[in-house]
Design a protein around this ligand. Sequence first.
Ligand code: ZN
Ligand code: ZN
Length: 259
Amino acid sequence: MSAGNGGGSLVGRQDLHCHTDMSDGHLSLERVVEVARERGVQVGIADHVSSRNPDFMVASLDEVQRYLDALEGADVFRSGEFCWCDTLWRDLPDEVMDRFDYRIGSNHGFWLPDGSTASPWWESLPEPWRAQPQRLMDIMVANLCDMVRTMPIHIAAHSTFMPPAFGALERDVHAWWTEEREDRYVDALREGGVALEISNRYRLPHDRLLRKAKDAGVRFSLGSDGHALKQVAALDWAAETARRIGITDAELFVPEPRR
Ligand SMILES: [Zn+2]
Ligand SMILES: [Zn+2]
């Protein structure tokens, strides 16, 4: 990896969540590498590896192998963003999963008791959830805990993101992320050995959860979730947040490149 840290802190110098046009990003792999180098940031490519949308995602075993071939020819960490609500991560053979330097899991949809899925992007709550948003929040947190305990991942991306419908009902994040839910999620992260992403794109998690995670010995990663030129390898908010919480290199998840 050529973009070194110049001997200073790694905080803000590693963007472990970047997209390219191999999934739904706007820039080619080559362009992302150039931009990251200009910005002095080491970059991990984490395109969507999921069968949910074959047009915009790395969606089959063949495509995953071609994707990894491309990453292996570039000066980047090799990763993928896997959907909790998809089956592809369960179906890929171990030798393919092992080609990733690290893997990211994301709640792009979570399981409801009847086997259907809910969306963390719901702008309004469908029936029967309209009258029981706190119950839906409990189900979402239970899904996140299951995700970090059972999915073969190293990082949970933008994991505290909540349906906008919740924010429309009550803006205070602590009304949803209560201390009890935070504690449950932090325990699961620690037990699963999964790092908590500080998302520059979504500006989360909130400080109280980050402080609890830090006290519990959970590790962190910084991710732009960049899809476009302005976002890629840009970590201003995430780095400022990590410093505010007192996160140092010792608390960062740092990938070991498989070379
Ligand atoms: Zn995502
Ligand atoms: Zn992403």
